[in-house]
Ligand binder design. Structure first.
Ligand code: NAP
Length: 247
């Protein structure tokens, strides 16, 4: 039986690309989508693309900011695929604004989706992986969580928290044969960054050593490596994927 990988927020952007990269590596794919409409507007197409690569794939609706929703998601995936070997915590949102203008709702929403969801998922999936005494978890952080980014105090706090949780989970789960790592992308071309004003895109590009924005595949290839046995002696690490933007 093929191993199973679960990718959160996999209906579009980086998550959709990671799902297809892992399918190419032979994993059955559990594609988490925020809502039924996200399944119809992206998730189903991602599942179809994974199946075309010869694996089984199915969409699972869950808002990963909910603790019980994540319990149900992990339970459903285990029932459907029999094991959970790789977890990629990818779901994320932005609600940007300068700190002095940011509302409490903007702050709380990003913490809830980008930070708490990672705890929720590692808590529930970690239990199943501990029983199996194996597994790989890859969390999607951001360079904003390592270096800060004006206009993103909520987002950078959440992503810095993801880095801290990655190291803590690595220490707690390592003795049970589970690897936990993070990637910290820079500026990747997805619907999230397409929404940014042209001025911000131009100034970001000027700071990228390799002279181009990243593609979702640049992140997916690194995640695929960290999720594989080739990375079996790597844990608690944060791999920056930013074309040399910050160094
Ligand atoms: P994206 O295109 O906006 O995709 C985000 C995905 O997350 C969507 O499928 C979205 O579903 C889903 N999602 C949002 N809230 C959710 C929830 N509560 N439960 C389940 N799914 C939810 O963004 P992206 O650029 O691919 O970003 C993916 C990850 O990479 C995020 O964690 C982001 O912070 C991180 N990242 C991105 C960049 C970049 O430059 N793009 C850089 C660094 C880090 P809906 O569409 O239905 O909301």
């Amino acid at each position: 039986m093929n191993k199973c990988a679960l990718v959160t927020g996999a209906s579009q952007g980086i998550g959709a690309c990671i799902a297809q990269r892992l399918a190419k590596s032979g994993y059955n794919l559990a594609i988490n989508c925020y809502s039924q409409s996200t399944v119809e507007n992206g998730g189903n197409a991602v599942a179809q693309a994974c199946r075309a690569l010869g694996v089984e794939a199915e969409c699972f609706v869950a808002d990963v900011s909910g603790f019980e929703a994540c319990a149900g998601l992990v339970r459903d995936v285990l029932e459907r695929f029999g094991s959970l070997d790789v977890l990629v915590n990818n779901a994320g949102i932005t609600k940007d604004g300068l700190m002095v203008r940011m509302s409490e709702e903007q702050f709380d929403a990003v913490i809830s989706v980008n930070l708490k969801s990672v705890f929720n998922m590692m808590h529930h999936a970690g239990r199943a992986m501990m029983k199996a005494r194996s597994g790989h978890i890859v969390n999607i952080a951001s360079v904003a969580g390592l270096y800060g980014n004006a206009g993103q105090i909520n987002y950078s706090a959440a992503k810095a928290g993801v880095v801290g949780m990655t190291m803590t989970a690595a220490k707690e789960l390592g003795p049970r044969g589970i690897n936990v790592n993070a990637v910290a992308p820079g500026f990747i071309e997805t619907p999230m960054t397409a929404a940014l004003p042209e001025k911000i895109r131009e100034s970001a590009l000027a700071g990228i050593t390799l002279g181009r924005f990243g593609a979702p595949g640049d992140v997916a290839n690194a995640v695929n490596f960290l999720a594989s046995d080739e990375a079996s002696y790597i844990t608690g690490q944060v791999l920056v994927i930013d074309g040399g933007m910050v160094m």
